[in-house]
Ligand binder design. Structure first.
Ligand SMILES: [Zn+2]
Length: 405
């Protein structure tokens, strides 16, 4: 049966249409128009009048949620994560691994590969795996467990690529021995190579771009910046990302990881077509404040910000920190909180903010021909939001996977 969503406003995300209707059939969007198209079809109407209809959110960096972590390596854990994030409007994501012993990473990658082809998994669609670690620079480890960090091993990586057809993205530090060779290998396999947890200089970033790196993992977080050696300044990953059009990037826009000024700076230099927003959410996403564990490290989830911080994130918006509060340990946000940050704290127009969580991540991953915007023939990945950008309903490939009670 053909479904018709009848809302107040629709963001494609390139423009806003008033009193729009979306027709869905066979998991895809069949047509978009005004109410007059209803007379031409026999439909089952879903009345979301008064609400905003947008493309479903796409999260390229997501470790967990609802108390479960991708590293558990089970379909049950992945399903809980997919369901938890669907409540925040996410319709598709890359399941992201953490630095750990290689056998644990392999187990996680195998589970992700199964989940990608499973029709049983409820919630958001798992698009593939994002390998974050162990090939990261210890100087920029952040909350990745330093005990298991290693230099890039192209042979081992090639083995992983052969075993895991759903490995879609790898974050590594290109300046480490074997880093550039790994980049060339990823490019040859059509896998997105992402500079991250990296202490590279500008010159090293240029070499990385030549080797095939096209993206930068959570800009301003675990990325090098201008440093001085004797009298001379060396630009780092941050400056290179802002300068080079060939690099896209992502921001952890949970209201804590980055102040609005840095989010605006990244958008000002790169535009919303090259900067997407991600959650980088961990297992504690959706659980509230308290003490938890991440990859063997104790962490704390709280809402405390320094007194002179630029903004006060809204009540109830927490973040995960290492137990000594020396660094963040990932976010606990769902995607609609990221959208709220972009609109309410950063002050972006609604179309631009929605683009950064829909079309832009789809484009960066190379799937914008089927996801990330509302248009005929696209997958029917749709989110319905109220005026406060709270999620009323989430639809994945034409199926309603979440409805606010
Ligand atoms: Zn991460």
């Amino acid at each position: 049966m053909r479904l018709a969503l009848i809302g107040k406003r629709l963001v494609t995300p390139f423009r806003i249409l008033d009193d729009a209707v979306v027709l869905v059939e066979g998991g895809r969007i069949e047509a978009i128009g005004d109410k007059s198209i209803l007379s031409r079809y026999k439909v089952k109407a879903i009345d979301v009048s008064g609400h905003l209809i947008a493309p479903g959110f796409i999260d390229l960096h997501l470790h967990g949620g609802g108390g479960h972590d991708v590293m558990e390596g089970t379909l049950d854990a992945l399903e809980t994560i997919a369901e938890t994030h669907a409540r925040g409007g996410t319709t598709a994501f890359l399941a992201t691994t953490l630095t750990a012993p290689m056998d644990e990473i392999q187990t996680a990658l195998e589970a992700i590969s199964k989940a990608c082809v499973s029709e049983e998994i409820a919630g958001a669609r798992i698009l593939g795996a994002h390998l974050e670690g162990p090939y990261l620079n210890p100087k920029q480890a952040g909350a990745q467990n330093p005990e298991y960090l290693r230099i890039p091993d192209p042979k081992e990586l090639e083995n992983l690529l052969k075993k895991c057809p759903f490995l879609k993205r790898v974050t590594l530090a290109p300046e480490l021995p074997g880093g550039l060779e790994s980049g060339r290998l990823l490019r040859a396999h059509n896998v997105m190579a992402s500079i991250g947890h990296s202490d590279a200089t500008y010159q090293q970033v240029l070499e990385a771009v030549e080797a095939g790196f096209s993206h930068v993992t959570h800009l301003f977080s675990a990325t090098s910046s201008v440093r001085r050696l004797k009298a001379y300044r060396f630009a780092g990953v941050v400056e290179a990302t802002m300068l080079l059009d060939s690099l896209s990037t992502e921001l952890i826009a949970d209201g804590h990881h980055l102040p609005p000024s840095l989010i605006r700076l990244a958008i000002k230099t790169k535009g919303t077509g090259r900067v997407c927003a991600v959650t980088d959410a961990i297992s504690a996403a959706g659980l509230g404040p308290g003490e938890y564990e991440l990859g063997g490290l104790p962490i704390i989830v709280e809402n405390e910000v320094p007194p002179d911080y630029e903004v006060h994130p809204p009540e109830g918006s927490c973040v995960a920190k290492l137990a000594d509060r020396s660094a963040f340990a990932g976010s606990v946000a769902l995607m609609n909180q990221v959208l709220q940050t972009l609109v309410n704290l950063v002050g972006l127009p609604l179309t631009e903010a929605i683009k950064m969580v829909t079309w832009t991540p789809a484009h960066i991953l190379g799937i914008s021909h089927e996801r990330g915007s509302l248009a005929p023939n696209m997958r029917a990945d749709i989110v319905v939001l109220d005026e406060n950008l709270s999620v009323k309903m989430t639809m994945v490939e034409g199926r309603v996977v979440y409805q606010k009670p």
